[in-house]
Design a protein around this ligand. Structure first.
Ligand code: GCB
Ligand code: CA
Length: 898
């Protein structure tokens, strides 16, 4: 009988052998009880407590917390409990509780006894629990599992602070595992106890090595066979290695199996993510006792400081995004399918690289990357700062080890990183150039060196990386451009500071001054709130248009420089950052997708550059409700720009069937100035090269420039004061237009200035969270010191709504109660002398006493709706009369009733 057939037969026999000897893994996500507990209950007292809520895992106790208007979220203790019925047949088996992750400090009790503790919210952990189980004959053992969990700030656990929400909870899957007493190591940092390496891979051959440890927990010595097979995607065995081992009772033995070389291996790459499987079994005679399987992708790679990244000998520019585990409404408690969906959205973008930041994520993410062909960098959450304590250092080392061992067998991983912008927030009292500052940098250096050494020891086949913010000398001084093999830069020139060109200059500086150090642009991005648009986009205005020009500049600079090995946009999708204020409070909107994963324009722009198939897409998908004044008093259209993204040379655009001409693409973008008419506008774009086309319907609300124009009767007007942007409210089907100065026949303010924060502060308007509204962007801008607002509307009955928010206020005292960590919220403007003023509507003192603190509470949206008649051709006149301080107006809506 041929050998292969024999082994095949043997395998069949083995598989048919009693299942009881095999390892059993089952998720135990359903039917937990949860209780928030600030009173520091004990294990004994909490069990008797009332008020338990039924939950399923994954679960976070902050999902709703972050949706409300207020800043801050619960950072404290939560308890979980569940009663398990452990089958009697498991009595001889080692039983484990396995947590994919729980944020952030866990104590796990079984039947009242401590099974284990774990620090850190982003790596898996598992504890043996057999010793706590009380079996009684043929009855299942009942196991009362109690998990005490805290997401409170702990100076010894990273992250200390960061621009994302530290959702508390058991937010990933939990499993119960029962193994045979003889098994692969189950006590190795929650890894599966086996590690696949590929010391040599080429087009001709591949070497595969499996190492790990075997454990005999039985009372007798055992004669065992360890068999490892490599199966191809079709399930055919292409390599096998069998080893005999005798394990004494209680023995834990390491092993290393080198498999016969694979000839002409099918390589793994983003275009062809071919996966083999490595199946390893422990058997005793004909009985299989344990089995683990691992994915195997055969590839080799290197980074070059001058030429970038090479995969399988070919240059490959790494392009992609960062990604948080976050979906609004769910927080971090995502079902696996959400993780998978995000990776698919990156693949559909044309990306080949994911920076899994700022922490290791659900195992589903690396599984999906292996399968879909996305290369990855994974890091532990040492963000913004460190604590100079042995506890902190130890936790970092443990996390790094967990991350590496748990993710080791994923072919998608090419980088292990360990710090993100660690010098962004120097601790209190510490200045860069004072003695404590120098000592602090030294500590940071020591930690980096420890983590780098550890990583190279643990996994010499991947690269190490440290990710820095754009403070070149500071990171050099701390040694962080020297210690790791790769340097990642998070660069925001033209966003947080300076001009776009500063980005290109920074890259060139790195190349000039650190010519031997490969670099990646690990972050870059600009906030964009899909509701905000501008024709004079500028830094920090949060408009789609500014974000578009930012990405267009950055991608070009990246592609133009072969020494830039890769880049990842910050971020794939919008994510929760509870401490943020601004136009969209508690949300970071630097992303290619909205929180509901709808593409922003920039997503299409990247597709135009990255996809290999013909691509053409009209931008403005999220801006299909527009408004604007007629171009000149007599026309019935308004010209506004539209961007089209394509990898074709030129595009022809039709508006309601009428040809607007053909224009060439410049760096993937074709720009048209479209004369939008009132109502529906159908745009049809056709690429000249290939037969690829796209269509978009844009509704336009054309505004009369002369309000009495019979051609375009006045209906309503929504105006954002102190603002040069338009704001589309899709839910209410309304568009707010920027303020303008009054001109006879039209509408506008008289006098005053645009609200600006004191000094050279960046933000657009105020950057404060305005309470009592989800239209923060509108309330954050304001006209100050105006004397009138006039609208020369035709005679009729109207309703005017005036919107105010007192922006001059000290930071709210109750801010960030639970956020002991530093916040991103910039210190607000100092309180100013309070104001009081009145507004007369067509001569009537409709709002006689608007004043700070009473009718105008600080940072609170306030609006007043007032009916008004326009008579005798006098239109609507609002008079703003100050008593103390200056008058203000944030928004104005005028609607004709009849
Ligand atoms: C960064 C941080 C990231 C922030 C991002 C931002 O540099 O690494 O965590 O979210 O900037 O949006 O400011
Ligand atoms: Ca999971």
């Amino acid at each position: 009988m041929p050998k292969q057939l024999l082994s095949c037969l043997l395998l069949t026999l083995l598989l048919a052998s009693p299942a009881a000897a095999q390892r059993i893994t089952q998720s135990i996500n359903s039917n937990w009880l949860f209780r928030k507990d600030e009173s520091q209950s004990t294990v004994a007292s909490v069990a008797a407590a009332t008020g338990w809520e039924k939950v399923n895992l994954p679960h976070t106790w902050n999902a709703a917390d972050v949706l409300d208007d207020e800043s801050g979220y619960y950072r404290g203790t939560g308890w979980y409990r569940k009663t398990l019925a452990v089958p009697a047949a498991w009595q001889p088996k080692p039983v484990y509780l396995y947590f994919e992750g729980a944020n952030q400090e866990a104590e796990v009790y079984v039947n009242g006894q401590l099974a284990g503790r774990h620090a850190g919210g982003y790596t898996a952990f598992s504890f043996p629990i057999s010793q706590f189980l009380k079996f009684n004959g043929t009855n299942p053992a009942s196991a009362e599992v109690l998990v005490k969990l805290s997401n409170r700030h702990n100076p010894d656990i990273p992250p200390l602070s960061a621009d994302f929400t530290f959702f508390g909870g058991i937010y990933r899957d939990v499993y119960l595992v029962a193994a045979s007493p003889v098994h692969f190591d189950l006590d190795n940092y929650a890894s599966n106890g086996t590690f696949v390496t590929t010391p040599q891979v080429s087009n001709d051959a591949a070497e595969v090595v499996l190492s790990g440890a075997l454990r005999n927990e039985s009372a007798a010595s055992r004669k065992l066979t360890l068999l490892t097979q490599v199966l191809d995607a079709a399930g055919k065995t292409v390599a096998r290695q069998q080893t005999s081992v005798t394990l004494k009772a209680g023995e834990n033995r390491r092993f290393r199996q080198q498999l016969p070389r694979l000839k002409q291996p099918h390589l793994w790459s983003p275009n062809d993510p071919y996966l083999y499987r490595v199946v390893s079994t422990i058997s005793e005679g004909k009985t299989q006792l344990d089995e683990v399987t691992n994915p195997l992708g055969l590839r080799w790679f290197r980074f070059d400081a001058a030429q970038g990244f090479f995969l399988n000998g070919q240059p490959l520019k790494l392009i992609g995004t960062n990604r948080h585990q976050d979906v609004s409404g769910l927080g971090n408690a995502l079902p696996d399918a959400w993780h998978e969906k995000d990776v698919r959205l990156l693949k559909q973008l044309g990306g080949n690289f994911l920076r899994i930041s700022h922490y290791p994520q659900d195992p589903t993410v690396l599984q999906a990357c292996d399968r879909l062909g996305i290369l990855t960098s994974v890091e532990i959450p040492v963000v913004n700062a460190i604590t100079d304590s042995e506890g902190f250092f130890q936790n970092c080392r443990t996390m790094q080890t967990e991350m590496i061992r748990q993710g080791f067998n994923h072919p998608s991983v090419i980088i292990w990183a360990y710090m993100n912008e660690v010098l962004l927030r120097l601790p209190e009292g510490i200045k860069r150039d004072n003695e404590p500052g120098r000592a602090y940098l030294k500590k940071v250096n020591q930690l980096a060196q420890q983590l780098d050494d550890l990583t190279r020891r643990e996994d010499p086949s991947r690269y190490t990386m440290c990710v820095n913010h754009g403070a070149f000398e500071l990171y050099q001084e701390a040694g962080l451009t020297k210690i790791p093999q790769l340097v990642g830069w998070n660069l925001y020139q033209g966003w947080y500071s300076g001009e776009l060109q500063g980005f290109a200059d920074y890259l060139d500086r790195h190349h000039r001054e650190l010519p031997d150090k490969p670099l990646l642009v690990t972050e870059y991005g600009a906030d964009s709130d899909e509701r905000l648009h501008s024709f004079q986009p500028r830094r920090f205005d949060k408009t789609t248009e500014y974000a578009n020009s930012y990405h267009q500049f950055y991608l070009k600079a990246i592609l133009d420089r072969p020494f830039v090995a890769g880049s990842t946009v910050w971020n794939l999708a919008e994510f929760s950052s509870e401490t943020r204020q601004e136009a969209n409070p508690h949300l970071n909107t630097k992303s290619l997708l909205t929180a509901d994963r709808q593409p922003k324009d920039a997503y299409y722009f990247y597709q135009a550059h990255l996809l290999k198939t013909s691509f053409l897409r009209i931008g403005s998908r999220g801006w299909n409700l527009r408004s604007g004044p007629t171009t000149g008093p007599d026309s019935l259209f308004c010209r506004q720009p539209v961007e089209i993204y394509t990898n074709q040379p030129a595009v022809r655009l039709l508006l309601n069937g009428q040809d607007l001409g053909t224009k060439p693409a410049e760096f993937g973008v074709v720009r048209f100035n479209v004369p939008f008419g009132n109502g529906m506008n159908r745009l049809q774009a056709q690429a000249t090269g290939q037969a690829v086309e796209d269509q978009a319907d844009i509704e336009f609300q054309l505004l009369p420039t002369q309000l009495t124009s019979p051609k375009l009767p006045f209906t309503e007007l929504n105006i954002s004061l102190g603002d040069a942007r338009t704001f589309t409210d899709n839910k209410l089907h309304q568009v707010w237009v920027p303020e303008q100065e009054y001109a006879p026949g039209g509408w506008g303010y008289v006098g005053g200035t645009v609200y600006k924060l004191p000094g050279d502060r960046l933000p657009y308007g105020s950057d404060r969270d305005i309470l009592g509204t989800s239209y923060d962007a509108l309330y954050e801008t304001q006209r100050v010191g105006l004397t009138q607002f006039r609208l020369d509307v035709p005679d009729g009955e109207y309703e005017v709504t005036l919107h105010f928010a007192e922006l001059e206020a000290a930071p709210a005292a109750e801010q960030l109660v639970y956020n002991l960590a530093g916040s991103n919220a910039a210190a607000g403007p100092a309180p100013k002398a309070s104001r009081s003023f009145s507004v007369l509507v067509n001569g009537v003192a409709a709002l006689p006493n608007l004043s700070t603190g009473t009718t105008l509470p600080a940072l609170q949206a306030v609006s007043y709706k007032i009916p008004v008649s326009a008579r005798g051709g006098k239109g609507i006149l609002l008079d703003f009369q100050p008593q103390t301080g200056e008058t203000i107006l944030n928004g104005l809506q005028v609607k004709r009733l009849y």
